[in-house]
Design a protein around this ligand. Structure first.
Ligand SMILES: [Zn+2]
Length: 296
């Protein structure tokens, strides 16, 4: 008599996504979609000349939809002119697992974005207050977290800790980078450990969640801020809404995984319109100035 029965394999059934649900893959697809003209808003389908949207910090003047920003646009928005000094800009991923096609895709993204991976890190000032900043760039493979993203973020956190500086991480990611397998998943523990040491030193961590933030990034450093901010209507989650709906076989609320939904439930502290970000962050840096003990 066999000790064990035949192995049972799970079956996966694909169900077509209802139009009101969007997951990170959908967002990624929309971001790179070439079907819509550039001046058609993804929020309201309205047509506004691209230069007007750009002049409005990437926000649709009709519906306030916050379009994605590149890492350097975000850094320019959140720092004093010419104060940014980049760290570890030359670090590049190695295709350690020999994942087919990874080298080619990686090289294409390096060329198209001008960055060597999906995060830009460095030190800068805002209203004269020095801080460490890390900004993910969704154009680079959906800002997936591979070993370079994890290592750069860890080094940035350690630089902030040793210099007694507050840290801001601006997230946008589809999650862990599948081409790097478990090496990518290990970054979750590494970044979390560095943030824990930063916290033990009595230094603040601010997170700004932007659209979309998913997967291993949400499950690690993106949820570990002392203050967690988000842009309006940003989609934030671990698995996408479609996967969850298929798994639990239940209708999800229409605003599921939006920043507003998470704020109501305490996972996001505050939603800030892009135009108010500079002022709010500057205030937060002054409130949480290292060395000031709130109890004294
Ligand atoms: Zn719009």
């Amino acid at each position: 008599m066999p000790l064990f029965g035949r192995p049972k394999f799970a079956s996966v059934t694909y169900i077509k996504k209802p139009s009101n649900l969007a997951g990170p893959t959908d967002i990624a697809a929309e971001t790179v979609s070439k079907e819509k003209p550039k001046d058609t808003c993804k929020g309201c389908n309205g047509s506004t000349p691209q230069h007007e949207v750009t002049a409005n910090l990437g926000i649709c003047p009709k519906c306030e939809y916050h379009n994605p920003m590149t890492a350097m646009q975000r850094i320019t928005l959140l720092s004093d002119a010419n104060s940014f000094r980049e760290l570890d800009s030359n670090m590049k991923s190695v295709n350690r697992l020999g994942f087919e096609g990874y080298d080619r895709t990686y090289l294409e993204k390096v060329k198209s974005t001008g960055h060597n991976d999906a995060i830009v890190t460095g030190l800068c000032k805002l209203d004269g207050q020095e801080y460490a900043i890390g900004v993910m760039d969704f154009r680079f493979m959906g800002a997936s977290m591979g070993s370079v993203v994890g290592e750069k973020l860890t080094r940035l956190t350690e630089a902030a800790t040793s210099r007694n500086l507050p840290l801001l991480i601006v997230t946008a990611s589809g999650g862990a980078r599948m081409q790097e397998g478990c090496l990518s998943l290990m970054q979750m523990a590494k970044t979390s450990g560095a943030l824990a040491r930063h916290s033990l030193a009595g230094l603040p961590v601010f997170i700004l969640l932007t659209n979309p933030t998913y997967g291993g990034v949400t499950a690690s450093f993106a949820s570990l801020g002392d203050i967690i901010l988000a842009e309006p209507k940003a989609l934030i989650g671990f698995a996408g809404a479609r996967v969850i709906q298929t798994t639990i076989k239940a209708e999800l609320p229409p605003d599921f995984q939006t920043a507003e939904f998470l704020e109501k439930r305490g996972l996001v502290d505050r939603i800030i319109h892009r135009k108010g970000l500079r002022r709010e962050l500057s205030l937060l840096f002054s409130y949480f100035k290292p060395g000031i003990d709130a109890r004294s």
